[in-house]
Design a protein around this ligand. Structure first.
Ligand SMILES: NC(=O)c1ccc[n+]([C@@H]2O[C@H](COP(=O)([O-])OP(=O)(O)OC[C@H]3O[C@@H](n4cnc5c(N)ncnc54)[C@H](OP(=O)(O)O)[C@@H]3O)[C@@H](O)[C@H]2O)c1
Length: 243
């Protein structure tokens, strides 16, 4: 079985790579990362099954190169790349309408939704037709429209809702590609990474997962999902989340 993790340089994506390498069933693990990722490079030095590929997911040329670099079929593809805030780009979650900013909206839609669909498009020729096929993108519960009672965080919420719709639509098409396919979005729960760090004050310690725990829980959920559940939006404990 072959698996590709995107957003693998740090956070939950890196923790997923570490977990997958502990399982013998994975004969090849592709780790797609944007920035330099010394921890991934160190892992690749210890395990020949791991292949690290530095890719700018927003570049069509880079995605075409990625398609060429992947050898043979893929059974699992998990994209964890996501953004809520960026000091470098001056982007933070909006508390009110007045804070909405065109560039920030575009950046979050690109990272959290558009790139996810186009990564799968690039990898489509490799997606297993007869073997196991599971695709997952990391979304967020705040992307649920039905669950939105607090408001705020416009760009992040809307970009994750867009991701949910893209992956749901893809799930319908993938059923024709592989009858056994599972294509879902997953919510990891609040996890202690760079992404959530500024917003952890009011999270009770028992509800704040380590990246290692979040990765383990999400891989377990994905492993357990069956083709009848394709197109869904699931939390770290396997519960379905309303759209
Ligand atoms: N942590 C939480 O509490 C939480 C809660 C709900 C949902 N999530 C979701 O879980 C996923 C993983 O988050 P995390 O907690 O692991 O966050 P993280 O530690 O901040 O990692 C984010 C990852 O996304 C990559 N990334 C960001 N922008 C990118 C872009 N434009 N192109 C390519 N890669 C990009 C980063 O790569 P670089 O190193 O290159 O920046 C990094 O690998 C995200 O989709 C997030 O929305 C997290």
């Amino acid at each position: 079985m072959h698996v590709l993790i995107a957003g693998a340089g740090r956070g939950i994506g890196l923790a997923m790579v570490e977990q997958l390498l502990r399982e013998e069933r994975w004969r090849r693990v592709y780790a797609v990362h944007r920035s330099e990722a010394p921890e991934l490079a160190a892992l690749a030095g210890q395990d020949a099954r791991l292949q690290c590929l530095q890719v700018d997911q927003s570049s069509d040329a880079a995605l075409a190169e990625l398609r060429g670099a992947v050898d043979g079929e893929l059974n699992w593809v998990i994209n964890t790349a996501g953004m809520l805030h960026s000091e470098r780009l001056g982007i933070g979650p909006e508390k009110a309408l007045q804070h909405l900013d065109r560039r920030a909206l575009q950046e979050l839609f690109s990272t959290n939704a558009i790139n996810h669909a186009l990564l799968v498009q690039a990898l489509h020729p490799h997606l297993s037709r007869r073997g196991e096929l599971k695709l997952a993108s990391l979304s967020a519960r705040v992307g649920s429209i039905g669950d939105n009672r607090l408001g705020g965080w416009y760009a992040y919420r809307a970009s994750k809702a867009a991701l949910n719709q893209l992956m749901h639509t893809l799930a319908i098409e993938l059923r024709r590609h592989n009858k056994q396919s599972v294509c879902v979005t997953l919510h990891p729960g609040t996890t202690d990474t760079v992404l959530s760090r500024p917003f952890q004050q009011r999270v009770p310690p028992e509800q704040l997962f380590s990246a290692e725990r979040a990765a383990r829980q999400l891989l377990h959920v994905l492993d357990d999902l069956n083709p009848d559940q394709t197109g869904g939006f699931f939390a770290w404990d396997g519960q379905s989340i309303p759209w």
